[in-house]
Design a protein around this ligand. Structure first.
Ligand code: DLL
Length: 451
């Protein structure tokens, strides 16, 4: 099989029984995986010479395919950050001509300039193939019906999984995100066995059912594939218990491809990284040296087969651990733990990516506020809640409730417009929030997600 080729459709039919979509590729030994990675990494180094950002780096250091002799040589290549992508906005990282593009997605941050992610037709094939793999690993069968409650749009969740399921041959209900009552009606009418959304939305669906007097355990769903935001083992138990389902975790990020980077098999002991397409390092975020085997570090991902926008050593900012021991399921791929934190200040609120700076930007748009604020994130029941405490200017601080109320609503609207989330706004007296000498601490995350 050539590095970029994919097995034909019916080659798969057997495998779905054992949870394997592409048995040959998925059961490679570690040695075979690493040999393939080296080969693909070499080709990649040649391909990204089309991208000025990488070409400049390579030219200075005389780097070329010959520089890659072992996997450790990946460390001779430069790291790529989100800021690098922003500086080349929108398409400075393209490695193919613009006319070769088949789709463009964007990062889910709703503000300012999203970073765009481009795909060729072949990238889209690869992507659906990778989604098919992790879904089948989690028990998806052609005879199933799947309800997708992810956004269809620039966000990669909806379309990415949609085409993966189509590959497998299961029936899709593209319900898209939101409108819980309608999601429940669809479930009642169409009996889907599989639900795909963020873990927090799964709990919203359970809550929504109870509000309508339906016991969520009687819903037709038996399996859920959840991802797009951090969650804990406790939350998995909660979801499984409330909906009477088996819940699988899957991980990905738009810059790298979207969902499909890794996902759990039936053993559910970590998410199998699709290492024939992604080379993953786990680095100490300070020293940028590899952490010891099994230690937590920042995941840094090289896309081995992406055509339109290949990335070398992309810093995901996600903290997780890697386990390279073979898995009971027969796959030799490394497994990643749950994501236990971030090395930047990105918050994921009910699946929406929000940087604190976006909230600040919203505040600055409203006259009468000051740049002193505190964002408190909590999960009082099962859903994230955001409270933003904002100091207002002394001259505006008033005991007229109606004025204060109007100001709160304006701020809330701006936050919704800039960051795409609903926040409770509490106005506080001038100079009542803590002042900082060193780094300001503007976020209080009480959700305890680092499990
Ligand atoms: O959330 C892609 C995706 C969609 C993955 C649907 C899975 C399912 P972004 O919007 O670019 O892409 O956000 C990527 O979300 O860097 C992580 O911080 C976080 N994330 C994604 N999946 C998980 C997960 C999509 N299973 C960012 N556990 C990533 C924890 C996750 N965090």
């Amino acid at each position: 099989m050539s590095p970029q080729s994919h097995p034909s459709h019916h080659a798969h039919q057997h495998g779905t029984e054992q949870g394997l979509w592409d048995p040959e590729a998925e059961t490679r030994s570690r040695d075979a995986i690493e040999a393939l990675q080296i080969e693909r990494l070499r080709t990649l180094v040649a391909r990204v010479a089309q991208v000025p950002f990488y070409r400049d780096h390579f030219v200075h250091r005389e780097i070329g395919p010959h520089s890659i002799r072992s996997l450790a040589d990946v460390r001779r290549l430069p790291l790529t950050t989100k800021d690098d992508l922003r500086r080349q906005h929108p398409f400075g990282f393209l490695a193919v001509p613009r006319r070769a593009l088949a789709r463009i997605h964007g990062s889910s941050g709703t503000t300012g300039r999203p970073t765009f992610v481009a795909y060729t037709a072949r990238d889209l094939e690869t992507w659906s193939h990778l989604c098919a793999r992790f879904l089948v690993a989690g028990g998806l069968k052609p005879e199933h019906t799947v309800q997708i409650a992810f956004g269809y749009g620039l966000f990669t969740g909806g379309f990415g999984l949609h085409y993966g399921i189509e590959r497998v041959g299961a029936a899709i209900i593209p319900a898209a995100a939101g409108n819980t009552r309608r999601q429940l009606e669809i479930m009642r009418d169409l009996d889907p066995e599989v639900l795909i959304c963020t873990p927090s939305y799964a709990l919203t669906i359970a809550d929504g059912a109870r509000e309508l007097g339906i016991d969520p355990r009687t819903l037709p769903i038996r399996t859920g594939h959840f991802g797009g935001e951090p969650w804990t083992e406790d939350m998995r138990c909660e979801i499984e218990e409330q909906l009477d389902i088996t819940a699988f975790n899957n991980y990905g990020l738009s810059e790298v491809i979207g969902p499909g980077v890794s996902g759990e098999c039936s053993a559910r002991t970590g998410m199998h990284i699709q290492e024939d397409h992604f080379l993953v390092e786990c680095l100490d975020p300070e020293s940028l040296e590899p952490v010891a085997e099994g230690e937590a570090g920042e995941l840094v991902i090289t896309t081995l087969t992406r055509e339109a926008m290949p990335l070398i050593r992309y810093r995901t900012r996600d903290i997780a651990r890697l386990d390279r021991q073979p898995c009971a399921c027969g796959r030799g791929t490394a497994r990643m733990s749950r994501v236990t934190g971030r090395t930047d200040d990105l918050l994921i609120i009910r699946g929406v990516n929000v940087f604190p700076s976006q909230i600040e930007e919203a505040l600055l748009r409203v006259e009468g506020t000051t740049p002193h604020y505190l964002i408190e994130v909590s999960r009082p029941g099962r859903l994230d809640e955001v409270h933003v405490k904002v100091e207002i200017r002394p001259e505006l601080f008033s005991d007229r409730m109606d004025r204060m109320q109007t100001l709160c609503e304006r701020i809330s609207r701006e936050i919704q417009a800039v960051a795409g989330i609903r926040a409770h706004v509490d106005l506080v007296e001038p100079r009542s929030l803590e002042r900082f000498v060193g780094k300001a601490k503007r976020v209080l995350d009480r959700r305890n997600l680092g499990a």
